[in-house]
Design a protein around this ligand. Structure first.
Ligand SMILES: Nc1ncnc2c1ncn2[C@@H]1O[C@H](COP(=O)(O)OP(=O)(O)OP(=O)(O)O)[C@@H](O)[C@H]1O
Length: 232
């Protein structure tokens, strides 16, 4: 459904840092995402996980290599604080986000009360997003993505924020959605969440895929490396 072939991604940095101002974050990464699967992405801070999701979403273009997405399939990146217009209300942002996922205006409107209720934002739903806390933004982003249709859902750690009660509710709603046909790429630092939600996992370190395959064996290798130990 989505394939990365030999993908390298570099960011520009100050001339005095990295190699002549070029920071190579992904180095010749190849991976395949199959329809209906939930792929977990593990890796320490700065390993290149978010960059991988942004490439998959088409927000970034690779420096080298190819990204193939099945024609007509939509991919959407769900990450904290990304994609909201700060001056617009939660309601208007939810409307926009649904329309950006391909809903018509009236379809998008029909989701709004559900989004308001699930996100538990109350009257804040009518307030500008710039007045929201990080947890409130995450709840709005999570709920808007949960309620709208997208072929490939790319989730960047949004299930790790918010209070415990909302996190549990979000996890079980996500499980329900995943149980259907939804294709998901899921970045998390929590071994527990990856074990509970994913069909397959990859471990990225220093821009390369170190391990790929069955969740339990990838988690073992990650923990054995001493970096994933003790998380979740
Ligand atoms: N826009 C950017 N410009 C320059 N460097 C960047 C940019 N975005 C990320 N980087 C660098 O790329 C590397 C990988 O970042 P990325 O966000 O993909 O890592 P990550 O695995 O998602 O990390 P985390 O677990 O901390 O979220 C880091 O060293 C980061 O500093």
């Amino acid at each position: 459904m989505l394939e990365l072939e030999g993908v390298t991604h570099c960011y520009r940095s100050g001339k005095a840092t990295f190699e002549h101002g070029v920071h190579r974050v992904l180095d010749n990464v190849s991976l395949k995402l199959y329809e209906g699967e939930v792929l977990g992405v593990l890796g320490r801070n700065g390993a290149g996980k978010t960059t991988t999701l942004q490439l998959m979403a088409g927000i970034l273009a690779p420096t080298r290599g190819v990204i193939r997405r099945q024609p007509g399939k939509t991919a959407s990146l769900l990450s904290i604080g990304l994609g909201f217009r700060a001056d617009l209300s939660g309601r208007d942002n939810a409307l926009l986000s649904a329309m950006l996922q391909g809903a018509t205006r009236s379809e998008a409107r029909s989701y709004l009360e559900e989004i308001k209720e699930f996100s538990e934002l109350g009257d804040s739903f009518e307030e500008p997003v710039k007045t929201y806390s990080t947890g409130m933004r995450a709840r709005l982003g999570f709920t808007a993505a949960l309620k709208t249709h997208v072929d490939i859902l790319l989730i960047d750690e949004v299930l790790s924020v918010g209070d415990v009660r909302f996190r549990k509710k979000a996890e079980s709603a996500m499980k329900e959605r995943i149980a259907g046909e939804q294709t998901v790429v899921f970045v998390s630092h929590s071994a527990g969440q990856v074990r509970a939600l994913c069909d397959r996992a990859i471990w990225i370190d220093a821009g390369r895929v170190c391990a790929e395959g069955e969740v339990a064996s990838v988690l073992d290798e990650y923990a054995g490396d001493g970096r994933g130990r003790g998380e979740g």
